[in-house]
Design a protein around this ligand. Structure first.
Ligand code: PFF
Length: 451
């Protein structure tokens, strides 16, 4: 398919905002704080930082290399680079993971719209923690409300993607991402004024190593994949839209830095508030939804802070969903030869079903369970801890071992223009360190390696 037909990003800034828009999402603002809360705060943060450098950065570069080398999407890139082999199945894993992630992600995006509405209407003011919890459960138990909201959110995502790469994806990211950064800054500054600031900070920055076990390591690894949108072919697809030469290491380094900073800043915005109002940081997935409305209700100016916060999550969710939706649309256009309109319509229909199943599985007493988990938790766990990690592992192995050395060097250094000296280190990391790190963690988790 010609580049004009598949679309392209028009500027470096637009590319950067689209990639940051994909990376920064519920993973940073909802998932990172709750995982850190459950896994001992600072100990988790430390592990996460190590894994970002060891696995996250090399992998995001690998995906970019595959996309730039081929200008094809998740499946097509492998077909072109390794014809007559089964490597393209890695691309399919990404597409399957896309269904899983969008299924549960859209449900949380729907919740954030509901909470945004409540914040604007000043609805939760004066409620105790128990009342809030009851309200949240009642909302989920209606079934139809979360379903309607998540399907609506998917519709919004579909509209952006329908407009195309430059006029939809790039344009909206260029508007929304700077807005998101601004809101987060206001929230973070606000956090400094809270009485629980010191306690919150020490929870986030003073590690307690006794909390680290193999589950913590796997959670941290899964979070690295999730937060940088790795192992799904999203980054392969986005990089295939980049047509101008660029210093890849620098631009991806900046993306990783921004993404990591936003997760930490979210922690700084959230934990002091949690400690100020003496709420347990180990809540799990409900953390921000149950604690924060309560915190906002008791804070001076909390009405506005609450509105800003839920607006922040809504924006973050939208730009990340757009990236997954775009990767899947690209697959259907390129491999199944559909028009963009048709692909978007098909995806919207099928994803709405998955998302409805996820929302319905959270209704109390629902029998929508898989392997002892409700469908929602199952898809969250399956995609981040398994599908993304396994296909991510295969992607680095492919980049390090299967791609020709000449091509790897040429794409990484943009034909010898940038980072020639750092290239051997990159190659070593991609061939050895990253795959070994992921494999060890993974094998330990499934019990094949014992410490
Ligand atoms: N990186 C997004 C987040 O942190 O919320 C989630 C995500 C987007 C995961 C795109 C996977 C993906 F392909």
């Amino acid at each position: 398919m010609k580049q004009e037909q598949r679309g392209a990003f028009s500027s470096h800034f637009g590319t950067m905002m689209a990639v940051v828009g994909s990376a920064v999402g519920l993973g940073n603002i909802w998932r990172f704080p709750y995982l850190a809360g459950m896994n001992g705060g600072a100990a988790f943060l430390l592990l996460y930082l190590v894994l970002i450098l060891l696995v996250g950065l090399p992998l995001i570069l690998s995906e970019f290399i595959l996309g730039r080398a081929t200008h094809r999407g998740a499946v097509g890139a492998f077909k072109q680079l390794a014809p007559k082999s089964k490597w393209y199945l890695v691309g399919y894993m990404g597409v399957v993971a896309g269904f899983c992630i969008l299924g549960f992600y859209s449900v949380i995006a729907g919740w954030s719209v509901r909470f945004l509405y409540d914040a604007v209407a000043n609805f939760r003011v004066g409620q105790s923690y128990e009342e809030l919890q009851a309200g949240f459960v009642a909302f989920r138990n209606t079934g139809w409300q979360p379903i309607l909201l998540s399907v609506g959110f998917l519709g919004l995502t579909a509209l952006v993607v329908f407009r195309g790469v430059e006029k939809g994806v790039e344009r909206w990211n260029k508007i929304l991402m700077p807005l998101l950064l601004g809101i987060l800054l206001v929230l973070c500054v606000n956090s400094f004024t809270l009485s629980g600031f010191r306690e919150g900070m020490s929870f986030l920055f003073r590690p307690d190593f006794s909390k680290i076990g193999i589950d913590t390591v796997l959670d941290a690894l899964g979070q690295v994949f999730f937060t940088l949108s790795l192992g799904m072919g999203v980054m392969i697809t986005y990089s295939s839209y980049v047509v101008k030469p660029e210093n890849m290491l620098r631009s991806k380094g900046i993306v990783v830095l921004i993404d990591t900073s936003i997760a930490i800043v979210s922690g700084i915005a959230i934990f002091p508030a949690v400690f100020t109002f003496q709420i347990s940081p180990t809540q799990g997935p409900d953390l921000i939804f149950l604690t924060l409305p309560n915190v906002f209700a008791r804070m001076s100016g909390g009405h506005y802070v609450g509105i800003l916060f839920f607006l922040l999550i809504t924006i973050a969710a939208l730009t990340s969903m757009v990236s997954i939706f775009e990767m899947m649309t690209n697959y259907m256009m390129e491999e199944l030869k559909m028009t963009r309109r048709r692909a978007v319509m098909w995806l919207f229909g099928t994803l709405s079903l998955v998302s409805a199943l996820c929302a319905q599985s959270q209704v109390e007493g629902s029998r929508l369970m898989i392997a002892g988990y409700n469908v929602f938790d199952f898809l969250d766990m399956l995609s981040a801890n398994y599908l993304m990690t396994i296909s991510g592992l295969l992607i680095v192995i492919f980049t390090g071992w299967r791609l020709s050395e000449k091509r790897l060097r040429r794409v990484f250094t943009t034909n010898g223009t940038y980072n020639n000296r750092i290239y051997p280190l990159f190659r070593f990391v991609v061939r050895f360190l990253s795959p070994i790190a992921v494999a060890i963690i993974f094998l330990s988790k499934i019990g094949l390696l014992r410490g």
